[in-house]
Each structure stands twice: as C-alpha cells, then as structure tokens.
Design a protein around this ligand. Structure first.
Ligand SMILES: [Zn+2]
Length: 285
C-alpha cells in the first residue's frame, strides 16, 4: 500500500473555533510523501507538524505549539486523516483554532471524499505493536497489545443516567470508521457549560455542534443525536485523532482504554514512542 494525499486543494469556510467562536477558514493542500500532516498558521507564518513533539495536553482539546504559536482543536481533523488513510496534508489557517463545524469529523470526511485521494510513490507505514504497553494514572488506563487486526475498545464511566458505564469495541477499518465513528459529535456536561463560558471558553459551542448531557440525567438536545452511545463513539474518534500524533502513523494493535482523554492519550503516545520503542516496529502496509 502506498502513502496518499488529497487529489486537489479545497477550502472550508463558515466554521467557527469552538473556544474563540471566531469564524475560521481552513484551506487544505496536497503534500508530498513523507511530509506528514503539517499545519501552517498564515497569520504568524509558523508551520507546525502534527506530531506529539509539538502537542500539549489540555482537558478539552488537543493543542499544537511551536515557537510560541498555538493551534487548538486539531483532534477531529487528525482523526479523519487517520480514519481515511491520509498520510500527507498541508493545512493552512489564519487563526488559532481548527473549526468545530458540526462537532464531529463528518464535514472534513465529506469534503475529502468528494475531491478524493491520490497515491504517492512511497510505501505507507504503520506502528505494529509487538509487546503490551500499559499506561495507568489513577483509574485511567490505556493498554495496547499485539493483535492481527486493529481494535479500539473504549470504556467510559460518567455519573450521568444516559451514559453511565459503557464500552464500545471498534474493529478498525476505513469503511467502519466512515459508518460508525466519523459522525459522532462531541459532548459536554450541562453543568460544565457555564463554568467553561465564564472562563471565556467554548464561545463557538452550541446545541447544534455538541451533545449536552443535562442536569436531569437526560440528553438536553436529543435531536442532534445519531446514536444513543454517541459520546462513547466520539471518545474513540478523539483517540484515533490524538494517536495520529504518533508521526501520523496508525497504531496497529488492540487498544483498550478506560476513562482516558486527550491528556492521557498524549502521555500514552509519548510513552510508546519514546520509552517503549522495544514494544513496536515500523512496518510497511
Ligand atoms: Zn472531540
């Protein structure tokens, strides 16, 4: 299998940043083999490769930072790149946030699918898990083990009647990613909304682009849901995006996660890529 990029450039307008609420335009350009996914902040003239070395954790989103310039909320776009198998892409923006759009990866997926992908003359690579790698912090756990097929099993545990404890096993294929994961919207607890707004965050959040888990234990905006377990599916969407910070390579193994989020995903990737190089090998796909 060879690396890919977009066939043609394309632009998405009309989106806003989740935190800033500011209109954000984003332009995607095809890139050469080996370049990976690179963000270009045009207003600062800084290019930031989408890899863990430039990532910093924040509780609500994944942020890249280089030379004092930041770029927030990269995870849904990176998830779509991983899910569709886009290895190389140049992403130009004029502000510090990737637009939230409908809160899922669907708009990126739809537009990328419309222009299509182009194969490049270089082999596609992946990270094949050879030995177990365990990350633990409190009750958060991520365990990667060898597996013939990539699987993401994700367990959540929320003190909310509609969510509670649940687990989803996602057998990763590009077709299943398109069916089961890419349209899963982000979510937020109703009680957190005011706190976040008071901090000047989530100005671009709305009842159209986030599932709101009401104080009464119900979904506050049921009409935006596609599936009842959509928050669980969104956690997998986020994780696939965060994991693509491993040099824009897919992790090929069985990944079992319990209550993990952006911070722990990044810490797991650092552990895997830096301290546990014994546990995996680069393979051509
Ligand atoms: Zn998300």
């Amino acid at each position: 299998m060879n690396q890919t990029t977009l066939k043609e450039s394309l632009m998405i307008t009309g989106g806003v940043g989740l935190h800033s609420g500011q209109p954000t335009r984003v332009v995607f350009y095809p890139a050469e083999a080996g370049e990976g996914v690179v963000f270009h902040r045009l207003d600062q003239d800084v290019k930031i490769p989408a890899t863990y070395q430039y990532a910093k954790s924040s509780p609500l989103c994944t942020t890249l930072q280089k030379d004092g310039v930041i770029l927030q909320t990269v995870e849904h776009l990176l998830s779509v790149c991983s899910g569709m198998g886009i290895d190389n892409l140049l992403v130009e923006l004029e502000s510090e946030e990737v637009p939230i759009l409908d809160g899922s990866g669907y708009e990126f997926f739809k537009r990328f699918s419309e222009v299509g992908l182009r194969e490049l003359a270089a082999p596609k690579q992946g990270i094949l898990v050879k030995k177990p790698v365990l990350y633990q912090k409190g009750d958060i756990e991520i365990l990667a083990t060898p597996s013939a097929n990539p699987v993401f099993s994700f367990a959540i545990d929320f003190a909310h009647q509609q969510l509670g404890q649940q687990e989803y096993h996602f057998q990763f294929t590009e077709a299943k990613y398109a069916e089961e994961i890419v349209r899963a919207k982000t979510f937020c607890l109703e009680r957190d909304v005011e706190t976040l707004q008071a901090k000047g965050l989530i100005k671009g959040g709305s009842e159209e682009n986030a599932i709101i888990l009401g104080e009464d234990g119900q979904f506050k905006n049921m009409e935006v849901l596609t599936w009842l377990n959509e928050p669980n599916l969104h956690k997998i969407l986020d994780q696939i995006g965060d994991f693509y910070l491993a040099r824009n390579l897919r992790i090929l193994g069985n990944v079992h996660s319990h209550k993990s989020g952006h911070s722990s995903h990044l810490e797991f990737i650092r552990l895997l890529m830096e301290d546990r190089q014994d546990a995996w090998e680069l393979v051509e796909l």
